[in-house]
Design a protein. Structure first.
Lengths: 425, 249
């Protein structure tokens, strides 16, 4: 026992002396969780709560352009800056010069084009119904096109969201015009209001229901997503401390010296694993505490801890073991500390990227979704999401335990055979 | 094996994987108890390979090594408890203090807490490290690091001590302190097997030597007798006469 105690003490002292490693392991997860949660929360609020700044140039000679601008204003989603005097040719430069992210250009023939199209639709309907209508030839104006300008730094999905909103208001205007034209052709123009109201205001609503397996009250939000995700990311970053620690011991001959001593190498490896599993558990405790107590004080959503505490502890343990085992393997294979640090850190970023830490796996192309199965971070994240977001049970965690178990065995065997090849064990 | 022979090496061969030649070829020698035995030779001669085999770090390709005259296999737990090893590298933790290093390695040698504390303080004192005992080893001079390296190898009071270049890269004061303490250990009955490139140091320190070159023992026995047999008055001349003057890689 004294041997084990001394070995644990040595690992702890080495860890406490590794200031860079400690900073990476404890400060980084806090910063990551803090920064990413704030950023994602503000992005959510920007789309849902704040008004989007929109530069509008309305050169329409009719009244439909004004209607569209009014609808956009009334929606409350946009903060509209109307600058009708800006010619389309200089709109790109004006957008960038004014520091706006998006602009909408309404062309001069906007109303005329829409009215012409409504007239065509109405005529077809009248003809099909065999009803008489005014067949006086009118000037045909082609369907207008709105121009949507966006700053190149604006994310594509954000632009698409704004365009969808504009598109839905366009549907309102187009439908309204068509109803007006049809009623006018039937000489009952004064009655169109009732139908328009029915068609426009009575639309199918959508209820959002979060698919969960139990009665968990946890609400998916930036905290529920980011705290577990970035904790796992930081947990695997122990590769920098533990990996380089092992390289040092291999390279400086400490491991070989131990081979000349009446002790088993298992004591050394067990001590390393035990200390770093405790470190990982502390990382989790620290970041989760921040999610529970500090983030709400900053106006961010509170982290809801899963009801199944035992399963949560089991997922934390197996994730920690996966991180420790990976760090041991990197330490066993790297020839220098620089290799361990560089390869270790980059591989964790890659594992994080394909594992769904940086962007969700469901938005990835099919082949990348396949590769995400080979990322231990993906399975750790899946384990946390099953508990934190889906209210899952032990049954739902079977794949997580199976994959991480295989990964741990693979890393441990890799470490064992490499150290054996070097005659350290 | 005679009673006072504590290490018997017989027809040992060693060839590393993928190597074209043997690193050790037909090496046989005896080290008697309480001897200071010098394993000397140019770079790449096979000294470190032989020491590594004797310490149980690497296995022989063929041949036998016996300790303490009782036929115990060299990887035996008891042998490890009675043998000390001081490698050429600073094989310890530079981030820890000498006390913390000695505590760790002493525990790995199965010393009890009380005995470990006694030995630790004794070694820090006799090796002039008492004042620096709580400072990180990484901040030490080369000489101080060598003394820490030595202290770890002898914390358990071994019967046999292997030293691979124990004084390389240190100043005269540290070298003298190390050699003086090793002589004291030897006077106390510790058998020392030692490699070095310092011929004058080896000449002063060793009673018996084995000269190794290209993996073979080219001369072995009592140092004085070897000098007389080859008609030379110092070890350096004997070394040059037997190993030649060409560069070694």
């Amino acid at each position: 026992m004294f041997k084990l105690y001394s070995s644990l003490r040595k690992e702890l002292l080495l860890l406490l002396n590794d200031k860079v490693g400690l900073t990476l392991m404890f400060l980084m997860p806090l910063l990551l969780v803090f920064i990413i949660t704030i950023i994602q929360d503000s992005a959510y609020k920007m789309v849902n709560e704040n008004q989007i700044p929109l530069l509008v140039v309305n050169q329409d000679e009719g009244k439909e352009g004004v209607k569209l601008v009014d609808l956009l204003k009334k929606s409350g989603l946009f903060k509209i800056d109307s600058q009708d005097g800006i010619p389309q040719e200089s709109l790109k430069s004006e957008l960038l010069a004014r520091g706006k992210m998006i602009a909408l250009y309404i062309p001069a023939t906007f109303s005329a084009g829409l009215e012409s199209n409504a007239e065509d639709v109405s005529s077809i309907l009248m003809d099909d119904l065999g009803l008489e209508h005014d067949t006086t030839a009118r000037e045909k104006v082609s369907m207008p096109r709105l121009a949507f300008y966006n700053d190149p730094v604006l994310q594509e999905n954000y632009s698409y969201s704004v365009m969808s909103v504009i598109q839905s208001y366009m549907s309102v205007i187009e439908n309204s015009l068509m109803i007006d034209r049809m009623y006018a052709n039937m000489d009952i123009a004064e009655r169109s209001a009732k139908l328009k109201d029915k068609m426009i205001s009575n639309r199918v609503g959508i209820d959002q229901i979060v698919a969960r397996n139990n009665n968990s009250t946890a609400i998916p939000n930036s905290t529920q997503h980011n705290v577990p995700a970035w904790t796992i990311f930081a947990m695997f970053f122990m590769v920098v401390s533990l990996g380089s620690n092992i390289v040092k011991e291999r390279v400086n001959g400490s491991f070989l010296r131990l081979k000349t001593m009446p002790t088993t190498f298992m004591v050394v490896m067990f001590s390393k694993m035990a200390v770093y599993v405790v470190v990982a558990a502390l990382q989790v405790a620290l970041t989760f505490s921040m999610g529970i107590w500090i983030l709400p004080k900053l106006g961010l959503p509170k982290l809801s801890v899963p009801d199944n505490v035992v399963a949560t502890i089991a997922v934390i343990f197996i994730s920690s073991m996966a991180a420790v085992s990976y760090a041991l393997m990197i330490g066993a294979f790297a020839k220098t500390e620089q290799q361990a640090n560089g390869f270790g850190a980059i591989s964790i970023i890659i594992f994080g990227a394909i594992g769904g830490i940086l962007v969700p796996t469901f938005v990835m192309p099919g082949f990348m979704q396949f590769f995400s199965n080979f990322s231990p971070l993906h399975w750790c994240l899946e384990g946390f999401y099953v508990l934190f977001l889906k209210g899952g049970s032990w049954q739902d965690l079977r794949a997580v335990f199976a994959f991480l178990g295989i990964f741990i065995v693979f890393c441990q065997l890799g470490t064992y055979f490499k150290l054996r090849l070097e005659r350290i064990i | 094996m005679t009673d006072n022979v504590c290490i018997e090496v017989r027809e040992v061969y060693k060839r590393y994987k993928s190597a074209q030649e043997d690193s050790l070829s037909d090496v046989s020698l005896d080290v008697v108890q309480s001897d200071v035995f010098g394993l000397l030779g140019p770079n790449g001669a096979g000294k470190t390979t032989l020491i590594s085999i004797l310490c149980g770090i690497i296995p022989v390709s063929s041949g036998n090594v016996r300790f303490f005259g009782n036929g115990t296999p060299y990887s035996d737990y008891e042998r490890k408890s009675r043998v000390g090893f001081v490698p050429q590298e600073y094989a310890f933790y530079q981030e820890l203090t000498p006390r913390q290093n000695l505590d760790y390695f002493g525990a790995m040698y199965n010393l009890s807490k009380t005995r470990l504390e006694e030995r630790r303080e004794h070694l820090l004192e006799v090796l002039g490290l008492e004042k620096a005992g709580d400072k990180k080893v990484g901040t030490f001079s080369g000489g101080m690091k060598r003394r820490v390296n030595l202290a770890i190898g002898i914390i358990h009071e071994p019967d046999i001590l292997f030293l691979d270049e124990p004084t390389v890269g240190v100043d005269v004061q540290s070298r003298n302190a190390i050699i003086r303490y090793l002589q004291q250990l030897n006077e106390g009955g510790t058998t020392i097997i030692y490699t070095s490139h310092h011929m004058s140091e080896a000449e002063e320190f060793c009673k018996n030597i084995a000269l190794i070159d290209h993996g073979k023992v080219i001369a072995a026995g009592d140092l004085q007798a070897l000098k007389t047999a080859h008609g030379v008055d110092n070890l350096q001349t004997l070394f040059i006469n037997l190993t030649g003057e060409e560069y070694r890689d």
